[in-house]
Design a binder for this molecule. Structure first.
Ligand SMILES: Cc1ncc(COP(=O)(O)O)c(C=O)c1O
Length: 426
């Protein structure tokens, strides 16, 4: 530990406490009825999480009245931002009424819109979250193959019960997981040659999201496709985050065809959403008329998400996504340049990225496992104090509401902080 870093962080945290008295009080009250005052672990920051009172465009207003530019985009679920099209769809449901206990018209529209985007998906089933969709996809793979083993990767996040980050094992579903290093073709080849007949599926994010926005190499995804096909296992692409990389998701961008695709986050326009889908043959197992598998969920087709989803898909055409991703690529270039003097780097693809307090290259999770997390916390607090909101882990996900002016301001503030951090090197 360098004393300078400890002192800088203490000062930043003290400033946060002093300038957020209402958040502090709400956190204390919440802690009486929720463990740590928290119900979504990622939102915890030391000593307490900031509370938001209002959101408009790309600006969040805290309960203490500070206005901050939202560069986090609800951890990628807020891709379309607070667009009027979403509000109109919600208002329409308010006018028509909700909570039917029956099917409604828009759900097939949303299913159709998703099927049209992903050539590997003929049919989908909706869930309440990406977590559920991932679980259902893996259970489907285990059912159709009659095998148990699930190959996953270090640093992967497929929802709380299927997380492969440190400390996550106690709450992991008890499947027969083999956890391999990401982007390591040889490790996957070795696993398949040893136990190919036991493997139900490979579950993979085309870019490790929560694990640090580390993109898969094209060679890695191609190898996963080849090995799963050769050994009768399924390739399950968790595109909860990466589906925004193109209309057809990372599978379009990388030219890889999934057997099962998992979707989540932004297709619900900020409302809870998840979906899994694949070929007609695979998904036929869920056809109730054929005595198929039971997949319940009171809110799977909740009226609000089903109505908002089609509006979101209409907003996210190829041009809009390409523009947003180019904007993200350009931001990453500028940040990378700004971070050079302190030896930090930034990884990601398109509109999603993570700033790491460690030099490039970062190609697997172990490259960032040993970083001093106090550096990330310092950056988080310093950016927040200067009006920019990102995740404490250094993650950003641009929404359609973020403008070039916002990004110019953010790069300027980052450059200034880099100047201040020059003395904090280990
Ligand atoms: C790649 C990935 N898969 C699954 C999930 C879980 O989705 P949800 O939070 O909707 O359960 C997430 C959420 O961050 C994710 O990033």
């Amino acid at each position: 530990m360098t004393d300078a870093l400890g002192t800088a962080l203490d000062t930043a945290v003290q400033r946060f406490v002093t300038s957020n008295p209402v958040s502090a009080r709400l956190a204390r009250e919440a802690a009486e009825v929720m463990p740590g005052g928290n119900t979504r672990s990622v939102l915890h920051t030391e000593p307490f999480g900031v509370r938001i009172a209002h959101a408009e465009g790309a600006v969040l207003t805290t309960v203490d009245g500070a206005r901050v530019v939202d560069l986090l985009g609800d951890y990628s679920a807020g891709l379309v931002g607070r667009r009027p099209e979403v509000a109109d769809a919600v208002r329409d449901v308010l006018d028509r009424g909700w909570s039917y206990g029956a099917m409604s018209e828009p759900e097939a529209d949303l299913a159709r819109a998703l099927v049209d985007r992903f050539p590997s998906v003929d049919q989908v089933r909706f869930t309440n979250s990406g977590t559920e969709a991932d679980l259902m996809a893996v259970l489907t793979a285990r059912h159709v193959t009659g095998r148990d083993r699930v190959v996953v990767f270090e640093g992967a996040y497929h929802g709380g019960p299927m997380t492969f980050l440190p400390g996550s094992a106690p709450l992991r579903v008890p499947f027969d997981f083999t956890v391999l290093p990401y982007n390591d073709v040889a490790a996957v080849e070795a696993e398949f040659s040893e136990a190919g007949e036991k493997i139900a599926c490979v579950l993979v994010e085309p870019m490790l999201g929560a694990g640090g926005c580390i993109p898969a190499s094209a060679e890695f995804l191609a190898a996963l496709r080849r090995l799963t096909r050769d050994h009768g296992a399924l390739l399950v692409l968790d595109e909860v985050m990466t589906s925004r990389l193109a209309v057809g998701g990372a599978q379009e961008a990388y030219g890889v065809r999934a057997d099962l695709t998992v979707l989540g986050k932004y297709f619900g326009g900020g409302l809870s959403f998840g979906a899994f889908g694949g070929s007609r043959e695979l998904m036929a197992a869920y056809d109730p008329a054929r005595g198929g598998l039971t997949h319940g969920g009171t809110f799977n087709n909740n009226a609000f998400t089903m109505a908002v989803g089609p509006a979101v898909t209409r907003l996210l055409d190829a041009e809009t996504l390409a523009l947003l991703n180019r904007r993200g690529d350009r931001l990453r270039e500028r940040l990378a340049e700004a971070l050079v003097p302190i030896g930090w780097c930034v990884t990601g693809i398109g509109s999603m990225m993570t700033i790491h307090p460690t030099p490039a290259p970062v190609t697997r999770w172990s490259d960032i496992a040993g970083v001093d997390v106090r550096r990330r916390r310092l950056l988080f607090h310093d950016l927040l104090a200067r009006g920019y909101y990102i995740a404490e882990r250094g993650y950003l996900a641009l929404s359609l509401s973020v403008t070039e002016d916002h990004l110019d301001g953010f790069v300027g503030v980052t450059q200034a902080l880099v100047g201040e951090y020059a003395d904090l090197a280990t």
